[in-house]
Design a protein around this ligand. Structure first.
Ligand SMILES: *Cc1c(COP(=O)(O)O)cnc(C)c1O
Length: 413
């Protein structure tokens, strides 16, 4: 490595960030071939009435997904938002019920609770960006909620042993939002297998890309059968391969609403070859993440998010805070980074922008529980993507730009 790829130059005007972080990664060629074959056959819908013996790509993918995660059952659906909505319904959440959710998450998470007719109860987070266990206990007792939708937002995993124990003690059903933790582990166990149900996303900017798509995983026969029926299987559920025995469906016939939130066979065809590439992608992202983390850690005023030794994370995006910066200094940092070609997202933004929002923006959350600790953390929290196609030298340039932006913002203060 030459000098410029190993050191950040304090005070120097940074170079431009020439890599486009807003671009998704392409579908691997083998996925394109598979999708083309499927389109020639016309069988884009996963079920067929007359040729049931044939295993559709959606069913094949579900089996492989269940095996990878280490759960008996997997149900492909249209999105992670759809997966969370169906999971809540399959667990028996009724309209008007309260559902606990950590306040640092993406808007489709409280959205899924709202979709189920239930009421989100926001729980504080800590500076590790994970759920605050004391506040979780407090809010659970105060609200009477029976369900926790735990979002591993941006891949930050809470102490899942402690969360599981607390859920057991308080009688909470745990649903995990794993949109950012495909392949992650806590204390050696796959994230998404701690809860009754785990929900995943294959939206374009997640770990596998089918445009839209999601999964529900569970070991519970009844929840799996309900989820398959809710997802829109009609009476063709037999065509699932990662499903409970047919007897699990019998008592549910005609009693479970069809919400038509299926996984398309076309999405499955795009995803099947990506399953084989996942561990390589994760390795690449983690290498980039740790490089970025060690560089940014050295920048004055910056705070990186500390990760627990028991957390094996997937670093598909990188977060940092500037705890002593004012909103106008934050605007300066984001502006300068943008001028140098580095798109940095800021959770403290006054109005919602792009994908980024925070609890005060979610006016549809009617149950007004304040989360001041979360608001204070999000006020200076920033975020950038770390796609696997990025290179190590981009980490150096990004850190150079951030250091320069922070210096400029400090100088004008
Ligand atoms: C993207 C995302 C979702 C929603 O996934 P969709 O598949 O787009 O519905 C949910 N939770 C988190 C943390 C996400 O990042």
């Amino acid at each position: 490595m030459n000098e410029s790829s190993t050191s950040v130059h304090p005070g120097a005007t940074p170079g431009r960030f020439e890599f486009d972080l807003t671009e998704p990664d392409p579908i691997p060629e083998s996925g394109i071939v598979r999708a083309n074959e499927l389109m020639r056959s016309g069988r884009l819908f996963r079920y067929t009435e007359f040729d049931a013996g044939r295993v559709n790509d959606a069913a094949l993918l579900e089996s492989r997904f269940a095996e990878m995660v280490g759960r008996r059952y997997a149900v492909g659906v249209n999105s992670c938002g759809g997966a969370m909505f169906i999971s809540l319904r399959a667990l028996g959440v009724q309209p008007g019920d309260r559902v606990l959710v950590n306040g640092y998450t993406l808007s489709p998470v409280p959205g899924a609770i709202h979709h189920a007719g239930a009421v989100p109860v926001l729980v504080e987070i800590t500076e590790e960006l994970t759920v605050d266990l004391q506040d979780l206990r407090r809010k659970a007792l105060a609200s009477g909620a029976r369900t926790l939708l735990l979002s591993h937002m941006r891949g930050h995993v809470a102490d899942l042993d402690a969360v599981s124990n607390l859920c057991e003690e308080l009688g909470l059903a745990l649903v995990e939002d794993c949109a950012h933790t495909l392949g992650a582990r806590w204390a050696g166990r796959t994230v998404g297998t701690f809860g009754r149900v785990g929900c995943f996303s294959t939206q374009t900017f997640k770990h596998m890309n089918s445009g839209e798509g999601g999964f529900i995983v569970t070991d519970d026969d009844e929840v799996a059968a309900r989820a398959i029926l809710h997802s829109g299987s009609y009476m063709l559920y037999e065509q699932h391969s990662a499903r409970p025995p047919l007897s699990a469906f019998e008592p549910l016939r005609g009693k479970v609403a069809n919400y038509s939130l299926r996984l398309s066979a076309l999405a499955a065809a795009l995803l099947l070859p990506q399953m084989d590439l996942l561990s390589e992608r994760i390795q690449k992202m983690n290498l980039l993440y740790s490089r970025l983390e060690s560089l940014v850690r050295e920048i004055p005023h910056m705070r990186v998010i500390e990760r627990a030794p028991r957390e094996e994370y997937v670093g598909s995006s990188f977060q940092f805070m500037l705890p002593d910066f004012s909103p106008s200094q934050m605007v300066t940092v984001i502006g300068i980074a943008g001028d140098y070609g580095l798109p940095v997202k800021w959770f403290g933004e006054a109005a919602m922008r792009g994908f980024t929002s925070r609890p005060t923006h979610w006016e549809f959350v009617e149950y007004a529980v304040e989360v001041p600790q979360t608001d204070a953390i999000l006020a200076t929290l920033c975020d950038m993507r770390v796609p696997p196609s990025m290179q190590l030298e981009h980490c150096v340039i990004a850190a150079d730009i951030l250091r320069f932006a922070v210096q400029e913002a400090t100088a004008v203060a």
